[in-house]
Design a protein around this ligand. Structure first.
Ligand code: IFM
Length: 440
């Protein structure tokens, strides 16, 4: 079988990267507002104050999604709009914004996929230690409850966390992302456990408040790709390897406790002097059944006799391209976890601009998507349970510490005028969706 008949062809965004309206309608600052405003942290010294102004232009954006044939849209909720003090008082205006967005999507038959946490923790909670605080799973449960109570009647797909490895690795280990810390392995292990517990608590909330909804988590994966057929076993082994120093980059660190109810043995052994104490109850909470795993895959790394040559194809942001990254990633996850998979992000950053003819020509993006999607199709044909694909991103947006230079969108955003222009690749993607990937 190729792609299922009900395959979810979509695009994704995240609140901080597109919404703007950073201090409107009762929203409080997030760690990313604070990080940008601190100065010296973002390459082009920009911030998310206005971004794509999606907060005010969401109707125009959803109409464009419909015109481009999207069947699904993945977006995230800004915790700071819902609970400006992090916990306690609910800001109805914040909930209304997302409720209206959901209604607008449903009006056009676009299925909403809601990510609860895409990195914009309320700054007031960071002042209480953020994810290092043992109370953080409870804060998250309270926030998830407010969102799911409001949206759970219409949203049937929830994602608890986006890329915990990245917000922990870049934000708490390297310090290049908000909140900009460089913590010890001991502290990182505590943060990781808190995130796992928070995930479990949110799954519980979905099950009790929206029993007919599906819930999963999105991981950032850099699959180990076999360079030749002979490297397949080694690539699989390498993909789920783990080390004390960089445990948080390992897919096994995030997915094993959730699917198998166990942290990887090797990690427990290597960190037995500092691993946080946990109970059987913790592991039960963490490993409640989820319905899917979301994978964000852009790059990979070859296993085997591969030498990178100068001039190897790479994207504007500097990532090498790997035609079979989606295929390898999906096959490896299927082999280990045997679960439904969504590609919740994949895409290319280019130096796009508006041409003299008023259009945005992006042949490299068409070629990139074509190659990667062929790999995804091969995985589906090999029997992997792939349910959907979300291009990153619906439109150009704030690329974290890189600011606005990398353009990942299917739709170009002119940051001066906020005009949106669908790129050539958006029309190409529309044809892919119409043929359910048969034209790949
Ligand atoms: O922009 C990010 C997104 O927020 C998370 N995944 C990777 C994208 C590109 O870097």
């Amino acid at each position: 079988m190729s792609f299922r008949k009900d395959f979810m062809w979509g695009a994704a965004t995240a609140s901080f990267q597109i919404e703007g309206a950073w201090n409107e309608d009762g929203k409080s600052p997030s760690i990313w507002d604070e990080f940008c405003h601190r100065g010296g942290k973002i390459e082009d010294n920009s911030n998310g104050d206005i971004a794509c102004d999606h907060y005010h232009k969401y109707k125009e954006d959803v109409k464009l999604m419909a015109e481009l044939g999207l069947k699904a849209y993945r977006f995230s909720i800004a915790w700071t709009r819902i609970l400006p003090e992090g916990t306690g008082r609910i800001n109805e205006k914040g909930l209304e914004f997302y409720s209206d967005l959901v209604d607008e999507l449903l009006k056009y038959n676009i299925t909403p996929f809601v990510t609860l946490y895409h990195w914009d923790l309320p700054y007031c909670l960071q002042l209480k230690g953020g994810w290092t605080n043992p109370e953080s799973p409870l804060w998250f449960e309270e926030y998830a409850t407010a969102v799911i109570k409001k949206l759970g009647d219409r949203v049937k797909n929830f994602i608890t966390f986006n890329e915990p490895s990245v917000f922990m690795g870049c934000g708490y280990a390297q310090g290049s992302h908000a909140p900009g810390y460089q913590l010890s392995t001991h502290d990182l292990l505590h943060i990781g456990h808190n995130i796992h517990l928070a995930h479990g608590r949110a799954v519980k909330v979905v099950r009790s408040l929206a029993p007919d909804a599906k819930v999963g988590i999105t991981l950032a994966s850099l699959p180990a790709i076999p360079f030749t057929k002979n490297d397949e076993e080694a690539a699989y082994e390498s993909h789920f390897s783990i080390s004390r120093e960089f445990f948080f980059w390992s897919d096994a660190y995030w997915a094993d406790p959730i699917v198998f109810g166990k942290y990887p043995e090797k990690l427990l052994e290597e960190t037995k002097d500092i691993f946080p104490a946990f109970t059987d109850e913790d592991m039960k909470l963490i490993s409640q059944k989820i319905d899917f795993i979301g994978l964000n895959i852009y790059q990979g790394h070859y296993i085997g006799d591969y030498k990178r040559l100068p001039g190897t194809p790479h994207t504007e942001i500097g990532w090498d391209t790997f035609d079979n990254a989606l295929e390898a990633g999906v096959k490896h996850f299927t082999k280990r976890y045997n679960m439904p998979i969504y590609i919740t992000e994949n895409g290319l950053s280019c130096h796009d601009w508006e041409s003299l003819d008023g259009k945005v020509h992006d042949p490299n993006r068409v070629d990139f998507l074509h190659r990667y999607l062929r790999g995804l199709k091969a995985a589906a044909e090999a029997g992997c349970d792939v349910r959907g694909y979300f291009q990153w991103s619906f439109m150009d947006n704030f690329e974290w510490a890189k600011g606005y230079n990398p353009r990942f969108g299917m739709v170009f955003c002119d940051y001066k005028t906020l005009k949106r222009i669908p790129k050539d690749s958006a029309y190409w993607y529309k044809e892919v969706i119409e043929s359910n990937g048969e034209n790949l």
